[in-house]
Each structure stands twice: as C-alpha cells, then as structure tokens.
Design a protein around this ligand. Structure first.
Ligand code: MTE
Ligand code: LUZ
Ligand code: MOS
Length: 763
C-alpha cells in the first residue's frame, strides 16, 4: 500500500476525525449549561510589578448582574497554586509581579456583564522596578530556583588542545501556544461539598490537587473530567489550574455552576509561554573537525513564578549537546525570575532551546573553519557506547542511521548541487540548506512522574470500555490506546470505546506530557487487559477441556493450538458472567530502569531516545527579505508505528510548529512588561504559506524498543526540533548573498531580521 492510501485508511480509524470535521466534537465551551450557571472573569494587574495599595470594588460590585467579586481573602484553604515551588498565589495579596496577574475574580450572570464590571474596578498599585531580561535578573540575584551544572570530562583544560575555538551568544525567543481552544473550565458543585470540574487541562490530577489545596477539602471531593482538549502543547500541563481553581472558588461560595472560558486576548496576555533564553557558548574543535570541548551558560527567562521552569531548565541541560558526542562539557543553567507571566511547558520543554545553542555554536565553528556545518555535524554524531553529559550511556543510537538514510534517501549531494546552480542563476533569490539532527529523551525527567494506571471493563455484550490518565489533545492518544486494548484483547478496534479522562475512574495521574502519554498509559492498559485475558483463557481452557497455554484469542474468536474454535468472544463473555468471573481490571505501569541523582547530576533518566534528521531548503527574496520554505525532507525513527496517520500528523505538525517558533512567531514586550504582540493580528503563527512546499517524511524501519508501547516510539515532541533547521537554512541563504554579514544568533528570524542581515555590512 502506498503511504497515501495507508494514511487515508488510518484516518478513518481516528475516531475524533469525523467530529472535528463535522464540528460536533465537544469542548468545555460546548457543554450544556446547567441552570443558574454564572460566568467568571479575572481582573488582572494592569502593571507588571507593584504593591497593591487599594482595591476599590464598589462600582463594579454594584453593577446589575454582578453576583459577587472575590479576592484572596475569600480563599478558605491555601492561596497557593505553585506546582514545583510554592511561590504562586491564586489571587494576589499585597504584591503583583506580572501584568495580568489575577487580583480579583468577578462572577456575573453574563460574560458581558463581567467584562463591564472589570472596567469598573479601580486598583491603586505603587509601581516597583520591572525586570524583563533574564541576564538583568541574574545580575540582581533574582532566581526562581537553584542553578544547575552538568559536567563531563574537563572542558576548561580541553580547550587548550583545540585548533578552533569559537565563542558567542544566542538570544532565543519564546512562543505562544495558540491552542485553538483557549483555557477554560466549567465547575458544577454537588452534594456534600463535592465538585465536578470539566477542565481543558493536560493534568487532571494537578487540577484536582490544587483545587483541594485552595478550598481546603480532601481530593476525593473533587472530580476532574476531561473529554478532550483543543490543543495543549504544554500550555495546559500546569496552567489550566489557575482558571479551574478560580472558578471552583466561586462555585464553592455560591453553590452554583461557574463557567470560565478565557478569550484569546486574556489568554495571550495572562498565561505563560515557551521560555525565552539568553545564552553564551564556547566550542572547541580539533583540526579534523572533531568536537572536543563545549561550555554553555543558559539564562532562562522564567517569568514571575516557578511553575514548571525548574524542570524545563533541566531538559535544556539534558539536550544541550543534542545528537553529538562531545567528551568535555560544562553546561550551567540559571532559572531567572522576571516580571512576565510565569513561563511554562511547551512542546520540547526546554530541549529545543538547548539544541538551538549547540547548533548555533556548530554553525559558528563551521564559518570559522570555512566548511559547511553539516560536515561538523556528521562527523560528531552519537554512536553506541558514548556517554551523555548526564551519565546515561548511549545504547540505542540511531543518530547516524537517521542521518545517513536522510543523506542517501533524499540525495543530499543532488540537493546541494541544484541549490548551487539555482543560486548562480538568480542574483536576487538565494536558497539555503541546513541539516538538523534530533535526539530527544523519552521519560519525564522527574522519575516519579513515570507511572500510570488504566481501567478496563468488558461489558456483558462483549463491548469494552477503557479509561486511562491520558488526555486527548489532538495528538491521537485515544486512537492509539483503542488499538492497544483491541490488540491485547484480540478483538476489533470497533468493540473498544475510550471514555473521558476522569480522576474518579483513574487516580493520581501524571499530566499528559513529555511525549510519554501513550507509552505510560498504554502499558498500564496492557497490564489491565492481560489480567482479564488470563481469566478468559482459564475459562476457555475449562470450556474446551484443555490448558490455558493452548488458548489464544484473536479476531474475537477463541483459538486452541492455533486452530479457531466454535467459541466467539461474545459467547465467552456470556460464559464468564454466568460463572461470576470478574470482567474488570485495573492496570498499573511504572517505567523500569530509569533513575537520576540530582546531587551528582548523573543517572539514567530516559527509557529511550528518539532520533531523526531533517534536511531543510529555504528560498530568500533578497530584495524584500521575505522567504519561503521550499522543502523539508526528514527521516524519523518511530520504531514500529502503531498508527501511521497519527504519527505522520505529529511529525508534520511538530515540524511546522518548530518552523513558526524559529521564523515568524515573535513575542515582543515593552520595557514595562506589556506584551505588544498580544493578539493573532500581531503575533504571526504559521499559515498555509509558511508550510514547506514539500514535506517528505521517511520513517526509519527499526525494531523499536521494549520500553515503547508495542514498540511504537513516542512522537509528540521530537519533530518540533526539526524546525530549527529552517533557522540555519535562512542564515545559509543570507550568507550566499552577503558573505560579509555579521551573523547574530537571535531568534526568531522574521523577514525584518532577514532583510537587515542581507544588507548588513554590505557595500
Ligand atoms: N498534538 C496536538 N494535535 N495537540 C497538542 O496539544 N501537544 C504536544 C504533542 N502533540 C499536542 C500535540 C505535546 S507538548 C506533547 S508532550 C505531546 O503531544 C503529548 O502527547 P503524547 O504524550 O501522547 O505524545
Ligand atoms: N513535563 C514534565 C514535561 O513535567 N517533565 C518533563 O520531563 C517533561 N518533558 C517534556 C515535556 N513535558
Ligand atoms: Mo508537552 S510540553 O510535554 O505538554
């Protein structure tokens, strides 16, 4: 079957596809409204840093249709929503530390009334000094968390032996998540102080735990339910919690249902984003272009509260050397506090920033050595037996096979030749090529988070209901989990239905994140299915006068010694009920092998790594500074993919999101910490025109790994980093037109930046 046919066929198995296309898929905003529903809206700080002197709610409270306005004084439990560090209030007390930080919560009979009331709130805030730059924060000693250093070998003395040493700095921009569904929640209070929270969250348990803490009620009173979310991309890993807890606070006091859905403007202004980083690097090579020593310092712009920043910082260090073997490394990362909204998880989780820096250093070294960067990249790819700076020994290195497959399958030499020819023929159009290898570790770097559970019920009619901790956010986890259950039970996908993610069905879940959702929840699901299968095999053995080892179930039929029997799945279930055999099971999974020692900064944090290589071709219009991505051809390692269409969708989507981050998506703040690009009119996300004319995805045929679900490797985040290739391809095109340009590694590479670089330093 050709790839196209296969995708079409697979698409029909992606249960959500039809609803998305027909517009019938339900999100929080589509839930039917219960009687008495009120609408919440936060009043956020108008300035980025200050002391609250007075908050006048009189006029706003008096507005007709305003039910009540809450402040921090109304919080019955702890006014604390910090996940890793307890440093974030739900509603500000005396100090505000970013623009938009919630100070009060308006609840009204209609969202328009809430908005009108918001304009009537008067806050007198004495301004304090605003810091938005992480290096400035560093100078002032403003940190959210302790600094971290990863070390391998002895970089300092190793530089002495190097023939080429380059040093420089890199400025990396942030990124707005632009999930299509903004943050939102619908809270319905019930009897006995219980609450049902329908939240657009990647982390139902995090929402549950935080609401319990804020309201001072036990977790068992709070039921969080997530049908699906309209994209999260990390932005709802922790940050759905604020809005859920605010609405829960109101519902608690009012005993009425409360809905809070942010509009796009509030969402962009008030929520955190991918972390901007400011970095320094020093890279040393020998005369054979072997990477010998690397030093990097990362100043992470964490925003006003820790949120997930310490974990994001850690992943920057884990991926600081990307796919390369470098024997002497020192990397230090600082978690700097600034007066911006707390920055948070975003696809790649700090890994992309770490990779941009090493790629910039290699690009710099290549210019210094007068060779193309891909020669240095190619020479230094990881191989089995190498050690990552964090101590894990490479045992699954596909860096070289991905690279070599990309080079041969897509014929790099021919690409380079035709680009050269094009550039010679066009005085004002220049093409640039870049290769981008990716090596991404799979597992939450916090070992404890790598656990999951699943619940399976086989009903009397033979249909199966499954429930796990996985949240469907468009990444296709439900489609994959249905397939996992069906394969484990030997029945068709159509007999399996996956229910919403609900903390009453599956407890203590990790957020759906770190690309590990299908691995963790899928393995727990297999565990549950196998328990039921074992009972069913025993039963079938009894019915067929044989032993369980001789029994298997496939195609909804019982097999004895591989011979189909006159005993169907449905008949077997009927027998099981008659004999009072349990047809339900709860599965559990905890990733084996992994561990990490933060004192030594060494260990084995990842179950496995995902590899790939992308070749990117851009074309720059050298009169206008505009550009077009002509082609991205990539080789990606999915192991044995269990859902081809979903995996291709993740690869293409991740790539384009990465291209957006590197090229047009620019978060611009003024010195007062106001987001100037705070709407989709000023913040440029990729559109049809930004998508490469051609995307070729070649899946590397490999055996997968036993740590991946059914050997199908995690795919959610790694492809985003292929987008980094577009950034260096742009520089390479610019350098053809203007070899004297002063290369500054600042991202994103907007058309304005390209235009400046084309005419920088040029006679
Ligand atoms: N794909 C879609 N369509 N929507 C999303 O929100 N999130 C990404 C990725 N792909 C996302 C997505 C992120 S940040 C992660 S961590 C993974 O999906 C999470 O899902 P997984 O663990 O099942 O891969
Ligand atoms: N979230 C998290 C993540 O809490 N820990 C991680 O290691 C991680 N990695 C990627 C994305 N989200
Ligand atoms: Mo993804 S950043 O792990 O939600």
């Amino acid at each position: 079957m050709s790839n196209d046919l296969l995708s079409l066929h697979d698409a029909t198995a992606f249960a959500d596809a039809t609803g998305h296309v027909a517009g019938t898929s339900m999100y929080v905003d589509d839930l039917p409204l219960a009687e008495g529903t009120c609408y919440a809206l936060a009043f956020g700080s108008p300035i980025a840093h200050g002391t609250i002197r007075n908050l006048d709610l009189t006029e706003a409270s008096a507005l007709e249709g305003v039910v009540r306005i809450f402040t921090c004084r109304d919080i019955p439990g702890q006014n604390q929503i910090g996940g890793i560090v307890p440093d974030e209030t739900l509603l500000a007390e005396d100090i505000v530390e970013y623009r938009g930080q919630p100070i009060a919560l308006i609840v009204a009979m209609h969202p328009d009334i809430a908005h009108a009331a918001r304009n009537l709130i008067r806050a007198e805030i004495d301004p304090l000094e605003i810091v938005t730059d992480p290096r400035q924060a560093f100078e002032k000693g403003m940190f959210l968390h302790g600094s971290r250093t990863f070390r391998l070998g002895d970089s300092r003395s190793a530089f002495d032996a190097c023939d080429i040493v380059v040093e420089g700095s890199v400025e990396i921009g942030g990124q707005e998540h632009v999930y299509i569904e903004p943050q939102g929640v619908y809270v319905i209070p019930g009897e006995h102080d219980t609450m049902r929270i329908c939240s657009s969250t990647q982390g139902p348990t995090h929402v549950q735990k935080t609401i319990a803490r804020v309201l001072n009620v036990p977790m068992h009173k709070i039921e969080v339910d997530v049908g699906r979310i309209g994209g999260g991309f990390g932005g709802k890993e922790d940050q759905a919690t604020m809005w859920a807890a605010l609405a829960a606070l109101a519902a608690y006091h009012l005993s009425q249902p409360v809905r809070y859905i942010l509009d796009r403007k509030d969402d962009m202004m008030m929520t955190g984003k991918r972390h901007p980083y400011s970095c320094d690097y020093k890279l040393g090579l020998d005369k054979d272009l072997r990477l010998i020593a690397y030093e990097a310092t990362y100043f992470q712009n964490g925003g006003a509260a820790a949120d997930l920043s310490p974990a994001v910082l850690e992943r920057t260090l884990f991926h600081g050397t990307n796919s390369y073997d470098i024997p002497h490394v020192t990397m230090t990362a600082h978690c700097c506090k600034t007066h911006l909204p707390p920055n948070t998880a975003f696809r790649g989780f700090g890994g992309p920033q770490g990779m941009v820096v090493i790629e910039a250093a290699i690009h710099h070294a290549a210019r210094e050595a007068g060779v193309p960067a891909y020669l240095i990249q190619e020479k230094n790819l990881l191989t089995d037996g190498c050690t990552f700076p964090y101590g894990q020994v490479v045992a699954d290195a596909l860096a070289r096979s991905c690279w070599e497959t990309a080079v041969s399958h897509f014929d790099l030499q021919e690409i380079l030749r035709s680009v050269h020819e094009f550039n010679n023929a066009h005085p004002y159009l220049k093409k640039g090529v870049a290769l981008m290898p990716v090596c991404f570790g799979i597992s939450f770097t916090n070992t404890q988070m790598n656990q999951a559970r699943a619940l399976v019920h086989v009903y009397g009619d033979g249909s199966v209901g499954i429930s796990t901790g996985a949240v469907e956010m468009g990444q296709g986890v439900n489609a994959k989990l249905v397939r996992v259950a069906a394969a484990s039970l030997g029945i068709p996908d159509s007999l399996v239905h996956i229910t919403s993610t609900n903390t009453s069905r599956v407890a203590n879940t990790s957020p759906s994140a770190a690309s590990a959702t299908t691995d963790l929840n899928g393995k727990a699901l297999v565990d549950a299915c196998e328990q039921i299968m074992s009972r069913l095999r025993d039963l079938a053995a009894t019915l067929l006068n044989s032993s369980p080892e001789q029994i298997s179930i496939r195609d909804a039929t019982v097999y004895l010694n591989d011979e189909p029997q006159d005993l169907s799945w449905h008949a077997l279930i009927t027998h099981a009920l008659a004999r009072r055999i349990s047809l339900s099971a709860k599965g559990h999974y905890a990733t084996p092998v992994i561990h990490f020692d933060k004192q030594q900064e060494k260990g084995h944090p990842f179950a496995y790594h995902v590899y790939g290589t992308a070749i990117t071709i851009v074309e720059v219009d050298c009169l206008r500074g505009t550009y077009k991505l002509r082609q991205v051809s990539l080789v990606h390692d999915c192991g044995e993919s269990i859902h081809h269409a979903v995996d291709i969708g993740q690869i293409e989507g991740g790539l384009v999101q990465g291209i957006g981050w590197m090229t047009t998506e620019e978060l611009r703040y003024d010195r007062q910490g106001h987001l100037l690009s705070g709407s989709l009119a000023t913040y440029k996300v990729p559109n049809f025109d930004s998508v490469p004319d051609r995307i070729d995805v070649h899946l590397l045929a490999t055996d997968g790994t036993p740590f991946a679900i059914m050997k199908s490797k995690a795919v959610g985040e790694p492809p985003l980093m292929y987008g980094i290739g577009s950034y260096f391809a742009l520089w390479n095109a610019i350098l053809v037109y203007n070899p004297g340009t002063q290369v500054q590694y600042h991202t994103p590479m907007t058309p304005e930046c390209v235009l400046m670089a084309l005419y920088d330093n040029r006679e």
